[in-house]
Design a protein around this ligand. Sequence first.
Ligand code: ATP
Ligand code: MG
Length: 454
Amino acid sequence: MERIRYSFPRPLVEVHARIVQAGYQCYVVGGAVRNIVLQKDPTDWDLATDATPADLIPLFRAVIPTGIKHGTVTILYKGYKFETTTFRIEGPYSDFRHPDHVHYTKELLEDLKRRDFTINAMAIDPMERILIDPYGGKEDVKKRLIRALGDPLERFQEDPLRILRAVRFHAQLAFTIEEKTKEAMKALAHTLRTVSSERIRDEMEKIMASERPSIGFNLMAETGILSILFPELLACRGVDQKGAHAYDVFTHSILCCDAAPRENPAVRWACLLHDSGKPVVKSVSAEGETTFHRHEQISAQLAGTILRRLRFPVAFEKRVVHLVLHHMFHYEDSWTDAAVRRFVRKVGKENLEDLFTLREADGWATSGIRPDPRPLTQFRERIARVLAQSAPLSLKDLAVNGDDLASVGIPKGPAMGTVLDFLLESVLEDPSMNKRDRLLELAKNFYQTRLKTE
Ligand code: ATP
Ligand code: MG
């Protein structure tokens, strides 16, 4: 048993004290303990207690039932969130005792025993400042090892999500996976098929938010997880690219993901998937030149399929798909102002920075060195200049609306949509056209000559 030196935040001490005063046990568990052992400050707090959710609710003003099924509630207290889970015992109740821990109850030890990895099976009593570590978690933290607790095959069979959690911790902590644990991951990778998409997505989000997601994806490739969860990315392995490219499509994609900012998940997913259509459209000409014609369209489709499969919110999926679809722009000084306006209209003002961030990451991941920032800077400045002219960019900027068009005999419905788009195209080309009378005239002509059926 070991005393630890750590100064716990006051709100944690208060929450702990309130639970203990009500007659229950309460320990800090999970990532916070790992961090304290690593001498890092915890970012979030998990608590384990013998109090049930029903016992906890009257003790605090704000208790959110985040996972009642699993006995988890979130206690909101003085700006902190405490994920609090009632002790769980899985499998036959054993009489496990360790001489050092006799005065800790069987329940805590049983609760730690059903946790996934040794580094996750420690607890701290924050009042006594004592580390309870029955499975050598601290030792493994020191060795930077991810080791399943007990028999890895059994642990992964109990809950196959743990296989992906190992990848997540490997990516987050850059710890090595212990040999037997890795063997079991390989043997049971296919069982991830039985895990719900939502649980997979939650772990994937953590992998994508780690410093270098590529570490996770390389391990997924090595263990066979990639073929189960992302066969589309597996297909990118070994697909060589020519020209400036130093890497195959798979490595390029995961490095691109690393190069994007971790706090922007939409851009990171777009980076990961922006070239996923390349294996589908790859062709080699008679002269031996490799091309990936219109790969951005197939990549966008695949991105949509993958994000839907993981049940991401539709708005998120759309944002990523949109970025992937438009990642192949090639700005040159010779672009006319109209071409710049059409580009802004197509991409959407609100997506420009994300698209540029994607482009920059794409550049990094092509050669491994920092891309020349000047072309993008010039494009940004050009866009700013063109936008400063406050020329119309969208339908709502037009000097006419649907009612105006209806008043000159254009029926509401699909035809009106076509006419409005045509007017916007004309105005993007020449902003001086954006006058009510001129547009109505143009609309009538266009409708009568091109759309009217009888
Ligand atoms: P983070 O700091 O990223 O939150 P964490 O280790 O706290 O990492 P959580 O997902 O919050 O991870 O889980 C908290 C603890 O609950 C884990 O440390 C582990 O002990 C246990 N745990 C969570 N999921 C599982 C699982 N599927 N199987 C076994 N134990 C689990
Ligand atoms: Mg946690």
